[in-house]
Design a protein. Structure first.
Length: 279
């Protein structure tokens, strides 16, 4: 029973889509591989327009956002990737987010793409953050959901942290590897997040695996960022409300970035109604 409970919890963490019979992520006509950092990285490209990169969650694959892909490819050139040790991509003994982000950068170099929109969920969101400060020229705008910068209970719900420590109890070796990744990583400093220059949208469920206070910290440390907290939502905001994700993502990508301030508004009002007060 204990093992069964762990496996059920694992399915919640892994972000594997419930929808099945669809070609995204398993399309030989669109799929290609490129040699990067000692492995073959699998990716698929669809559509035209401004390039947009989709980065899936832990245990997922390039078809994990197949629910919104048909709409996205109408507007963008969509690049969906199987991360290292996921899907049809090659694997290695070492697995960490900075290496995986380096893989993505190498793919963009191969595709000769200088700047792309990036959407990443969970592990994909972590990769998006790393791309933002390690390869800033590659990121035009960034949307991340359910991303954490630290791996302990300051970043994740305490039960999630403790549950994942039992990863060796999972029979499947690759699932073990995926969980071990989340137990040992990431290790992103807030000072690194402060280096992200791309306009960024942070999305969090109000009942996310990532602690809300941590999502707020990430938001506050990225200079040009906005924060969206979805009510009654878990870590799987996109799967729970794909239409809202699609609208928020495309609105953010397609419109000029804004970060209005109520304090700035109040200062302007104060100048008008309190002319004798120093502001």
């Amino acid at each position: 029973m204990k093992l069964r409970n762990i496996l059920l919890a694992l399915l919640l963490i892994l972000c594997i889509p419930a929808f099945g019979q669809i070609r995204f992520g398993q399309n030989p006509e669109a799929g290609k591989k490129v040699r990067v950092n000692g492995i073959n990285l699998y990716y698929e490209v669809y559509g035209s327009g401004t390039p947009m990169l989709i980065l899936h969650g832990n245990g997922g694959y390039s078809g994990s956002r197949a629910d919104i892909m048909p709409e996205l490819i109408k507007k963008y050139k969509v690049i969906a990737v199987d991360h290292r040790c996921h899907g049809q991509s090659g694997c290695s003994e070492e697995l960490n987010y900075r290496l995986m982000a380096s893989d993505i950068n190498a793919l963009l170099e191969h595709l000769e793409l200088d700047s792309v929109y990036v959407y990443g969920h969970s592990d994909g969101g972590i990769l998006g953050l790393i791309l933002g400060f390690e390869y800033p020229d590659k990121v035009k705008k960034l949307v991340v959901s359910g991303a954490n910068a630290s791996r302990d209970s300051t970043g994740l719900q305490p039960y999630i942290v403790e549950m994942m420590k039992n990863y060796k109890e999972v029979p499947d070796p690759m699932m073990q590897k995926h969980l071990k990744l989340m137990v040992e990583h990431p290790d992103i400093a807030m000072a690194e997040l402060q280096q992200i220059k791309a306009p960024t949208l942070i999305i969090s469920g109000d009942r996310d695996a990532v602690r809300l206070t941590h999502s707020v910290d990430i938001f506050r440390n990225i200079p040009n960022s906005n924060l969206s907290v979805w009510p009654g939502s878990t870590h799987f905001v996109g799967a729970e409300n794909p239409r809202l994700l699609l609208k928020m993502m495309t609105d953010f990508f397609d419109n000029p970035f804004k970060k209005p301030s109520t304090v700035d508004w109040a200062k302007e009002v104060a100048k008008q109604i309190m002319p004798n007060v120093k502001h």
